[in-house]
Design a protein around this ligand. Structure first.
Ligand SMILES: [Fe+2]
Ligand SMILES: [Fe+2]
Length: 277
């Protein structure tokens, strides 16, 4: 992975290269007491440049300069919106306002959910369902519903040119620190971070029929991507896919996540007010 120059001093969104034509725009979101989670968007360069998601709402000021450091937003042709959560739509409307030719690839549900918050202009959307394909310049993108997700509009995709699977929230991990390559994580950090993330993000996995879930995971195994790019994990080279799938297969039987309750919150607040500095 080749680091690019930071977009500006102190920027919380940095950019680095995952593949010759794919840049990562990454920030780290701390979850006190639990670790950090990567929030990634991706720029796919080529004859019809495409941005995968648009950063977190909380990072919207930092996102645009980081994006400009890798591409002129006026050159973008497409935004692929994997889903409508706040960590994916941060700069969506600013980009649509700046570039009148830009269109958003999403689903009917994506349009519907955005309609409750900041409607998408209908002549600017392109609806693509899981299983459908579209041609974007010199590449064919196949829409894929990932095995785990936290929002019904979720659609990832497989890019035939790079061989990369863009998995949206699936394969995310809660980590103590976030490298620029998932291969730099220890087996235990990756497995535990992935399992914890999925129990938080997709708690319905505890209720699934495991044989049905195993078939879903098999679909990714057969895809054999050259790289997995998750919104919430550093880029994972293709020889890690089996490890990613093995971690995920254990989630249905893992300890369900229960967040801190009010008593725990009061303890935390007391500690914070009594600690110097
Ligand atoms: Fe999400
Ligand atoms: Fe997300």
């Amino acid at each position: 992975m080749t680091a690019n120059k930071p977009a500006k001093e102190g920027s919380m969104v940095e950019s680095y290269r995952a593949a010759p034509d794919i840049e990562v725009l990454a920030s780290n979101f701390p979850i006190p007491g639990y670790g950090q989670v990567a929030i990634n968007a991706f720029v796919i360069k080529g004859s019809e440049p495409l941005l995968v998601d648009t950063g977190a709402a909380v990072d919207s000021k930092e996102f645009m300069p980081a994006l400009r450091s890798v591409i002129d937003p006026a050159d973008l042709k497409w935004i692929w919106l994997t889903h409508t959560d706040f960590d994916h739509i941060g700069s969506l409307h600013q980009l649509l306002a700046e570039n009148p030719k830009l269109r958003v690839i999403t689903t009917f549900l994506g349009v519907g959910i955005m309609g409750l918050f900041a409607p998408l202009p209908m002549d600017r959307v392109f609806l693509l369902n899981p299983g459908e394909k579209m041609t974007v310049g010199n590449r064919t993108l196949t829409a894929v519903r990932p095995p785990a997700f936290d929002n019904p509009s979720t659609t990832g995709f497989y890019d035939d040119k790079s061989g990369v699977f863009f998995s949206s929230d699936c394969f995310g991990a809660l980590l103590s620190s976030v490298p620029q390559n998932a291969a730099d994580l220890s087996d235990a950090d990756l497995r535990d971070g992935q399992v914890f993330w999925e129990t938080v993000d997709s708690p319905w996995l505890h209720k699934v029929d495991r044989s049905v879930f195993a078939k879903e995971l098999d679909g990714i195994r057969k895809m054999a991507p050259k790289m997995v790019l998750s919104s919430h994990l550093p880029p994972a080279p293709g020889n890690m896919t089996e490890r990613l799938l093995t971690s995920l297969s254990s989630v249905p039987g893992a300890q369900p996540f229960v967040g801190p309750n009010q008593a725990a919150l009061e303890q935390m607040l007391k500690k914070m007010t009594h600690e110097p500095g």
